[in-house]
Design a protein around this ligand. Structure first.
Ligand SMILES: [Ca+2]
Ligand SMILES: [Ca+2]
Ligand SMILES: [Ca+2]
Ligand SMILES: [Ca+2]
Length: 411
Protein backbone atom coordinates (compact mmCIF):
# COMPACT_ATOMS: atom_id res chain seq x y z
CA UNK A 1 0.00 0.00 0.00
CA UNK A 2 2.74 2.42 0.92
CA UNK A 3 4.71 1.88 -2.23
CA UNK A 4 1.61 2.27 -4.35
CA UNK A 5 0.83 5.57 -2.81
CA UNK A 6 4.36 6.79 -3.29
CA UNK A 7 4.43 5.59 -6.87
CA UNK A 8 1.28 7.47 -7.66
CA UNK A 9 2.69 10.62 -6.13
CA UNK A 10 5.88 10.42 -8.12
CA UNK A 11 4.18 9.62 -11.41
CA UNK A 12 1.93 12.60 -11.58
CA UNK A 13 0.31 15.03 -9.23
CA UNK A 14 -2.93 14.61 -11.17
CA UNK A 15 -3.48 11.53 -9.09
CA UNK A 16 -3.88 13.62 -5.97
CA UNK A 17 -7.56 12.83 -5.94
CA UNK A 18 -6.86 9.13 -6.00
CA UNK A 19 -4.27 9.51 -3.33
CA UNK A 20 -6.66 11.31 -1.08
CA UNK A 21 -9.28 8.64 -1.68
CA UNK A 22 -6.74 5.94 -0.91
CA UNK A 23 -5.65 7.70 2.19
CA UNK A 24 -9.11 7.93 3.66
CA UNK A 25 -9.27 4.14 3.38
CA UNK A 26 -6.14 3.85 5.43
CA UNK A 27 -5.88 4.49 9.09
CA UNK A 28 -3.99 7.60 8.17
CA UNK A 29 -0.40 7.23 9.18
CA UNK A 30 1.04 10.67 9.68
CA UNK A 31 3.86 9.98 7.27
CA UNK A 32 1.42 9.61 4.39
CA UNK A 33 -0.56 12.56 5.48
CA UNK A 34 2.34 14.95 5.54
CA UNK A 35 3.57 13.76 2.17
CA UNK A 36 0.17 14.27 0.62
CA UNK A 37 -0.15 17.64 2.18
CA UNK A 38 3.12 18.78 0.75
CA UNK A 39 2.18 17.43 -2.65
CA UNK A 40 -1.11 19.19 -2.44
CA UNK A 41 0.44 22.50 -1.60
CA UNK A 42 3.16 22.40 -4.22
CA UNK A 43 0.64 21.31 -6.81
CA UNK A 44 -1.64 24.19 -5.92
CA UNK A 45 1.18 26.68 -6.13
CA UNK A 46 2.39 25.45 -9.48
CA UNK A 47 -0.70 26.06 -11.49
CA UNK A 48 -2.65 28.86 -9.82
CA UNK A 49 -5.34 26.35 -9.24
CA UNK A 50 -7.82 28.88 -7.97
CA UNK A 51 -7.85 31.35 -10.77
CA UNK A 52 -10.42 33.88 -9.75
CA UNK A 53 -12.61 35.56 -12.24
CA UNK A 54 -15.68 37.62 -11.80
CA UNK A 55 -18.82 36.10 -13.21
CA UNK A 56 -21.65 38.33 -12.19
CA UNK A 57 -22.08 41.95 -11.39
CA UNK A 58 -24.72 43.18 -9.04
CA UNK A 59 -26.86 46.01 -10.35
CA UNK A 60 -25.84 49.49 -9.46
CA UNK A 61 -28.76 50.07 -7.12
CA UNK A 62 -28.96 48.06 -3.90
CA UNK A 63 -25.70 46.48 -4.85
CA UNK A 64 -23.50 45.65 -1.89
CA UNK A 65 -22.93 42.18 -3.19
CA UNK A 66 -21.05 40.48 -5.97
CA UNK A 67 -20.38 36.97 -7.14
CA UNK A 68 -16.96 35.41 -7.44
CA UNK A 69 -16.17 32.26 -9.35
CA UNK A 70 -13.01 30.26 -9.77
CA UNK A 71 -11.71 27.19 -11.52
CA UNK A 72 -11.86 23.98 -9.51
CA UNK A 73 -8.63 22.87 -7.91
CA UNK A 74 -7.84 19.17 -8.38
CA UNK A 75 -7.82 17.39 -5.07
CA UNK A 76 -9.48 20.21 -3.18
CA UNK A 77 -12.03 19.37 -0.52
CA UNK A 78 -13.25 22.92 -0.37
CA UNK A 79 -12.43 26.59 -0.59
CA UNK A 80 -12.06 29.57 1.69
CA UNK A 81 -12.82 33.02 0.28
CA UNK A 82 -10.93 35.89 1.89
CA UNK A 83 -11.60 39.58 1.42
CA UNK A 84 -10.90 43.03 2.82
CA UNK A 85 -10.88 46.67 1.85
CA UNK A 86 -7.11 46.91 1.48
CA UNK A 87 -4.90 45.04 -0.93
CA UNK A 88 -3.17 42.12 0.81
CA UNK A 89 -5.15 42.52 4.05
CA UNK A 90 -8.12 40.19 4.33
CA UNK A 91 -10.31 40.79 7.34
CA UNK A 92 -13.15 38.46 6.37
CA UNK A 93 -13.19 34.82 5.44
CA UNK A 94 -15.90 32.34 4.60
CA UNK A 95 -15.71 28.62 4.02
CA UNK A 96 -17.81 27.81 0.95
CA UNK A 97 -17.30 24.04 1.00
CA UNK A 98 -16.74 22.46 -2.39
CA UNK A 99 -18.61 25.13 -4.36
CA UNK A 100 -16.62 27.07 -6.95
CA UNK A 101 -18.60 30.27 -6.84
CA UNK A 102 -19.94 32.42 -4.09
CA UNK A 103 -22.03 35.53 -3.71
CA UNK A 104 -20.46 37.83 -1.16
CA UNK A 105 -23.00 40.06 0.51
CA UNK A 106 -22.93 42.83 3.08
CA UNK A 107 -20.38 44.90 1.17
CA UNK A 108 -20.40 48.67 1.58
CA UNK A 109 -21.40 50.60 -1.52
CA UNK A 110 -18.60 52.54 -3.12
CA UNK A 111 -15.83 50.81 -1.25
CA UNK A 112 -13.19 48.76 -3.04
CA UNK A 113 -12.80 45.14 -1.97
CA UNK A 114 -9.93 42.77 -2.57
CA UNK A 115 -10.46 39.01 -2.80
CA UNK A 116 -8.41 35.82 -2.84
CA UNK A 117 -9.44 32.18 -2.69
CA UNK A 118 -7.51 29.33 -1.10
CA UNK A 119 -8.27 25.66 -1.62
CA UNK A 120 -8.02 23.25 1.28
CA UNK A 121 -7.61 19.49 1.31
CA UNK A 122 -9.09 16.73 3.42
CA UNK A 123 -6.75 17.70 6.26
CA UNK A 124 -7.74 21.36 6.17
CA UNK A 125 -4.37 22.37 4.80
CA UNK A 126 -4.71 25.43 2.63
CA UNK A 127 -3.14 26.00 -0.76
CA UNK A 128 -1.30 29.16 -1.68
CA UNK A 129 -3.73 32.01 -2.40
CA UNK A 130 -5.13 32.64 -5.85
CA UNK A 131 -4.34 35.91 -7.53
CA UNK A 132 -5.98 38.89 -5.87
CA UNK A 133 -8.89 40.52 -7.63
CA UNK A 134 -10.48 43.81 -6.73
CA UNK A 135 -13.88 45.32 -7.43
CA UNK A 136 -16.13 48.04 -6.15
CA UNK A 137 -19.86 47.70 -5.67
CA UNK A 138 -22.69 50.18 -5.91
CA UNK A 139 -21.11 52.45 -8.49
CA UNK A 140 -21.51 52.10 -12.23
CA UNK A 141 -18.24 50.82 -13.49
CA UNK A 142 -17.11 48.95 -16.51
CA UNK A 143 -13.79 47.64 -17.61
CA UNK A 144 -12.42 50.21 -20.02
CA UNK A 145 -11.80 48.81 -23.47
CA UNK A 146 -13.83 45.64 -22.85
CA UNK A 147 -15.59 44.78 -26.09
CA UNK A 148 -17.22 41.42 -25.25
CA UNK A 149 -18.26 42.09 -21.65
CA UNK A 150 -16.00 39.65 -19.80
CA UNK A 151 -14.47 42.46 -17.70
CA UNK A 152 -11.14 42.10 -19.46
CA UNK A 153 -9.71 44.85 -21.67
CA UNK A 154 -9.50 43.71 -25.28
CA UNK A 155 -6.69 44.50 -27.64
CA UNK A 156 -7.91 46.55 -30.58
CA UNK A 157 -6.94 49.11 -33.20
CA UNK A 158 -8.63 51.56 -35.56
CA UNK A 159 -7.15 51.75 -39.05
CA UNK A 160 -7.89 55.23 -40.46
CA UNK A 161 -6.81 54.34 -44.02
CA UNK A 162 -9.80 52.04 -44.53
CA UNK A 163 -11.91 52.98 -41.49
CA UNK A 164 -11.70 49.49 -40.09
CA UNK A 165 -11.77 48.46 -36.45
CA UNK A 166 -9.87 45.33 -35.58
CA UNK A 167 -10.72 44.08 -32.11
CA UNK A 168 -9.44 40.80 -30.77
CA UNK A 169 -12.17 38.16 -30.81
CA UNK A 170 -14.50 40.17 -33.08
CA UNK A 171 -15.00 40.42 -36.82
CA UNK A 172 -13.44 43.51 -38.43
CA UNK A 173 -15.90 46.41 -38.56
CA UNK A 174 -15.89 49.39 -40.89
CA UNK A 175 -16.82 52.56 -39.03
CA UNK A 176 -15.47 56.03 -39.79
CA UNK A 177 -12.18 56.75 -41.49
CA UNK A 178 -9.87 59.46 -42.78
CA UNK A 179 -9.24 62.10 -40.17
CA UNK A 180 -11.90 60.83 -37.78
CA UNK A 181 -10.84 60.59 -34.16
CA UNK A 182 -11.61 57.20 -32.56
CA UNK A 183 -13.63 57.74 -29.37
CA UNK A 184 -14.70 54.24 -28.38
CA UNK A 185 -16.61 54.17 -25.10
CA UNK A 186 -19.68 52.64 -23.50
CA UNK A 187 -22.33 55.05 -24.71
CA UNK A 188 -25.29 52.69 -24.29
CA UNK A 189 -24.27 51.49 -20.84
CA UNK A 190 -24.23 47.73 -21.43
CA UNK A 191 -20.65 47.46 -20.10
CA UNK A 192 -19.37 46.71 -23.57
CA UNK A 193 -17.26 48.95 -25.73
CA UNK A 194 -19.08 50.81 -28.51
CA UNK A 195 -16.99 51.71 -31.54
CA UNK A 196 -17.28 55.42 -32.25
CA UNK A 197 -15.56 58.25 -34.07
CA UNK A 198 -15.65 62.03 -33.81
CA UNK A 199 -15.45 63.93 -37.08
CA UNK A 200 -13.93 67.35 -36.40
CA UNK A 201 -15.00 68.80 -39.76
CA UNK A 202 -18.71 68.56 -38.90
CA UNK A 203 -18.54 68.06 -35.13
CA UNK A 204 -20.53 64.84 -35.29
CA UNK A 205 -19.97 61.79 -33.11
CA UNK A 206 -20.81 58.57 -34.94
CA UNK A 207 -21.54 55.78 -32.46
CA UNK A 208 -22.50 52.16 -33.03
CA UNK A 209 -24.26 50.89 -29.94
CA UNK A 210 -23.06 47.46 -28.86
CA UNK A 211 -26.40 46.72 -27.19
CA UNK A 212 -28.60 46.76 -30.29
CA UNK A 213 -26.26 47.60 -33.18
CA UNK A 214 -28.07 50.92 -33.62
CA UNK A 215 -26.13 53.70 -35.31
CA UNK A 216 -26.23 57.07 -33.61
CA UNK A 217 -24.97 60.44 -34.84
CA UNK A 218 -24.85 63.46 -32.57
CA UNK A 219 -23.42 66.94 -32.98
CA UNK A 220 -21.09 67.93 -30.16
CA UNK A 221 -18.05 70.17 -30.53
CA UNK A 222 -16.01 70.93 -33.62
CA UNK A 223 -12.64 71.80 -35.11
CA UNK A 224 -9.96 72.47 -32.50
CA UNK A 225 -11.79 70.67 -29.72
CA UNK A 226 -10.19 67.76 -27.90
CA UNK A 227 -12.51 64.81 -27.28
CA UNK A 228 -12.82 63.84 -23.61
CA UNK A 229 -15.67 61.31 -23.39
CA UNK A 230 -16.35 59.99 -19.91
CA UNK A 231 -19.16 59.25 -17.49
CA UNK A 232 -19.70 62.73 -16.07
CA UNK A 233 -23.20 62.03 -14.70
CA UNK A 234 -22.53 58.55 -13.24
CA UNK A 235 -25.34 56.73 -15.03
CA UNK A 236 -22.96 54.08 -16.35
CA UNK A 237 -22.95 55.50 -19.89
CA UNK A 238 -20.17 57.46 -21.54
CA UNK A 239 -21.11 61.07 -22.25
CA UNK A 240 -20.10 63.10 -25.25
CA UNK A 241 -17.64 65.73 -24.12
CA UNK A 242 -14.99 68.03 -25.54
CA UNK A 243 -12.33 70.30 -24.09
CA UNK A 244 -11.81 73.55 -25.96
CA UNK A 245 -8.21 74.72 -25.41
CA UNK A 246 -8.87 78.24 -26.72
CA UNK A 247 -11.14 79.10 -23.78
CA UNK A 248 -10.27 76.27 -21.37
CA UNK A 249 -13.88 75.15 -21.33
CA UNK A 250 -15.24 71.61 -20.97
CA UNK A 251 -18.56 70.89 -22.67
CA UNK A 252 -20.23 67.67 -21.55
CA UNK A 253 -23.59 66.30 -22.67
CA UNK A 254 -25.42 64.30 -20.03
CA UNK A 255 -26.56 60.92 -21.33
CA UNK A 256 -29.46 61.06 -18.86
CA UNK A 257 -31.30 64.04 -20.31
CA UNK A 258 -29.08 65.60 -22.96
CA UNK A 259 -28.36 68.70 -20.90
CA UNK A 260 -25.16 70.65 -21.37
CA UNK A 261 -22.68 71.20 -18.58
CA UNK A 262 -19.86 73.61 -19.29
CA UNK A 263 -17.09 74.57 -16.97
CA UNK A 264 -13.76 76.32 -17.35
CA UNK A 265 -10.92 74.07 -16.24
CA UNK A 266 -7.43 74.51 -17.66
CA UNK A 267 -6.48 76.22 -20.89
CA UNK A 268 -4.26 76.26 -23.95
CA UNK A 269 -1.17 74.08 -23.61
CA UNK A 270 -2.80 71.86 -21.02
CA UNK A 271 -3.41 68.17 -21.64
CA UNK A 272 -6.92 67.13 -20.61
CA UNK A 273 -6.74 64.01 -18.42
CA UNK A 274 -10.28 63.20 -17.30
CA UNK A 275 -10.70 60.26 -14.95
CA UNK A 276 -12.45 59.25 -11.77
CA UNK A 277 -9.90 60.42 -9.24
CA UNK A 278 -12.25 60.57 -6.24
CA UNK A 279 -13.92 57.25 -6.96
CA UNK A 280 -17.56 58.41 -6.99
CA UNK A 281 -18.27 56.90 -10.40
CA UNK A 282 -18.28 60.28 -12.16
CA UNK A 283 -15.49 61.43 -14.42
CA UNK A 284 -13.65 64.39 -12.98
CA UNK A 285 -12.37 67.33 -15.00
CA UNK A 286 -8.60 67.30 -14.96
CA UNK A 287 -5.67 68.72 -16.89
CA UNK A 288 -1.93 68.25 -16.82
CA UNK A 289 0.18 71.35 -17.39
CA UNK A 290 3.61 70.31 -18.69
CA UNK A 291 5.16 73.76 -18.15
CA UNK A 292 4.92 73.43 -14.37
CA UNK A 293 4.49 69.64 -14.13
CA UNK A 294 1.19 70.13 -12.33
CA UNK A 295 -2.04 68.18 -12.45
CA UNK A 296 -5.21 70.17 -11.76
CA UNK A 297 -8.04 67.90 -10.68
CA UNK A 298 -11.60 68.84 -9.87
CA UNK A 299 -13.23 66.21 -7.70
CA UNK A 300 -16.79 65.65 -8.86
CA UNK A 301 -18.14 64.60 -5.46
CA UNK A 302 -17.21 67.81 -3.65
CA UNK A 303 -16.14 70.25 -6.37
CA UNK A 304 -12.80 70.44 -4.59
CA UNK A 305 -9.79 71.56 -6.61
CA UNK A 306 -6.70 69.45 -6.09
CA UNK A 307 -3.26 70.16 -7.51
CA UNK A 308 -0.38 67.76 -7.64
CA UNK A 309 3.09 67.97 -9.15
CA UNK A 310 3.81 64.80 -11.13
CA UNK A 311 5.74 64.27 -14.37
CA UNK A 312 7.09 66.89 -16.74
CA UNK A 313 7.61 68.07 -20.29
CA UNK A 314 7.62 65.21 -22.81
CA UNK A 315 5.76 62.84 -20.52
CA UNK A 316 2.55 61.16 -21.68
CA UNK A 317 -0.26 61.15 -19.13
CA UNK A 318 -1.57 57.66 -18.33
CA UNK A 319 -4.05 58.00 -15.46
CA UNK A 320 -5.65 54.64 -14.65
CA UNK A 321 -6.54 52.53 -11.63
CA UNK A 322 -3.33 50.61 -11.11
CA UNK A 323 -4.04 49.62 -7.49
CA UNK A 324 -7.64 48.65 -8.04
CA UNK A 325 -9.24 50.86 -5.39
CA UNK A 326 -11.76 52.31 -7.82
CA UNK A 327 -9.93 55.63 -8.13
CA UNK A 328 -7.73 56.63 -11.02
CA UNK A 329 -4.10 57.11 -10.08
CA UNK A 330 -2.03 59.98 -11.37
CA UNK A 331 0.61 58.57 -13.69
CA UNK A 332 2.89 59.45 -16.58
CA UNK A 333 4.88 57.45 -19.11
CA UNK A 334 8.27 58.93 -20.02
CA UNK A 335 9.25 57.82 -23.53
CA UNK A 336 12.89 58.89 -23.14
CA UNK A 337 13.57 56.24 -20.49
CA UNK A 338 10.53 54.00 -20.89
CA UNK A 339 9.54 54.56 -17.30
CA UNK A 340 6.05 54.66 -15.83
CA UNK A 341 5.75 56.91 -12.79
CA UNK A 342 2.63 56.07 -10.81
CA UNK A 343 1.21 57.59 -7.63
CA UNK A 344 -1.21 55.11 -6.07
CA UNK A 345 -4.44 56.65 -4.82
CA UNK A 346 -4.97 54.04 -2.10
CA UNK A 347 -1.77 54.72 -0.18
CA UNK A 348 -0.09 57.75 -1.76
CA UNK A 349 2.88 55.48 -2.44
CA UNK A 350 4.77 55.99 -5.67
CA UNK A 351 6.43 53.60 -8.04
CA UNK A 352 8.55 53.76 -11.16
CA UNK A 353 8.79 50.86 -13.53
CA UNK A 354 10.40 50.51 -16.93
CA UNK A 355 7.96 49.17 -19.53
CA UNK A 356 8.37 50.03 -23.21
CA UNK A 357 9.97 53.21 -24.53
CA UNK A 358 10.80 55.22 -27.62
CA UNK A 359 7.83 55.56 -29.92
CA UNK A 360 5.67 53.06 -28.03
CA UNK A 361 2.10 54.16 -27.38
CA UNK A 362 1.05 53.59 -23.77
CA UNK A 363 -2.25 51.67 -23.58
CA UNK A 364 -2.94 50.85 -19.92
CA UNK A 365 -5.95 48.61 -19.28
CA UNK A 366 -7.04 45.59 -17.30
CA UNK A 367 -5.86 42.86 -19.64
CA UNK A 368 -5.85 40.08 -17.03
CA UNK A 369 -9.20 41.04 -15.52
CA UNK A 370 -8.12 41.31 -11.89
CA UNK A 371 -9.66 44.75 -11.43
CA UNK A 372 -6.32 46.56 -11.58
CA UNK A 373 -5.03 48.34 -14.65
CA UNK A 374 -1.89 46.92 -16.18
CA UNK A 375 1.09 48.67 -17.72
CA UNK A 376 0.94 48.16 -21.48
CA UNK A 377 2.36 49.63 -24.67
CA UNK A 378 1.61 49.25 -28.35
CA UNK A 379 4.67 49.28 -30.63
CA UNK A 380 3.60 50.45 -34.12
CA UNK A 381 6.86 49.35 -35.78
CA UNK A 382 6.19 45.65 -35.17
CA UNK A 383 2.48 45.75 -34.31
CA UNK A 384 3.16 44.23 -30.93
CA UNK A 385 1.36 44.85 -27.67
CA UNK A 386 3.51 44.38 -24.59
CA UNK A 387 1.35 43.79 -21.54
CA UNK A 388 2.43 43.42 -17.93
CA UNK A 389 -0.22 41.56 -15.96
CA UNK A 390 -0.82 43.15 -12.58
CA UNK A 391 -1.96 39.84 -11.07
CA UNK A 392 1.26 37.92 -11.63
CA UNK A 393 3.78 40.42 -13.03
CA UNK A 394 3.90 38.23 -16.13
CA UNK A 395 5.03 39.79 -19.40
CA UNK A 396 2.72 38.98 -22.26
CA UNK A 397 3.10 40.10 -25.86
CA UNK A 398 0.70 39.77 -28.72
CA UNK A 399 0.82 40.99 -32.31
CA UNK A 400 -2.24 43.02 -33.26
CA UNK A 401 -2.30 45.81 -35.83
CA UNK A 402 0.67 47.93 -36.78
CA UNK A 403 1.88 50.79 -38.97
CA UNK A 404 -0.43 53.78 -38.71
CA UNK A 405 -3.11 51.94 -36.73
CA UNK A 406 -4.43 53.79 -33.71
CA UNK A 407 -4.69 51.56 -30.64
CA UNK A 408 -8.00 51.80 -28.81
CA UNK A 409 -7.35 53.64 -25.59
CA UNK A 410 -9.52 53.75 -22.56
CA UNK A 411 -12.17 56.42 -22.08
CA1 LIG B 1 -21.87 49.55 -25.02
CA1 LIG C 1 -15.33 61.47 -9.75
CA1 LIG D 1 -6.36 53.75 -7.78
CA1 LIG E 1 -4.93 43.85 -14.32
Amino acid sequence: MISNVEKFAVINSRFINDLLRELTKLTAGTAFASKLNIMFRSSAKCSYLCFLCLLVWAGTANAASLTLAWDPSPGASGYNVYWGTQSGTYTSVTNVGNQTSRQITGLADGSPYYFVVKAYNAFNVESAPSIEVSRRVGIPIWTQGDFNGDHVTDVGVFRPSNGTWFISGANPMVWGGGTDVPVAGDYDGDQRLDIAVFRPSNGIWYIRNSFNGLDVGMLWGGVGDVTVPGDYDADGKSDLAVFRPSNGTWYARSSINGTLTSLVWGGAGDTPTPGDYDGDGKSDLAVFRPSNSTWYLRYSNTGTAVTMVWGGVGDITVPADYDGDGKDDIAVFRPSNGTWYVRYSSTGATSSLVWGGGTDVPVPGDYDGDGKDDLAVFRPSNGTWYLRYSSTGAAVSTVWGGGTDIPIVKH
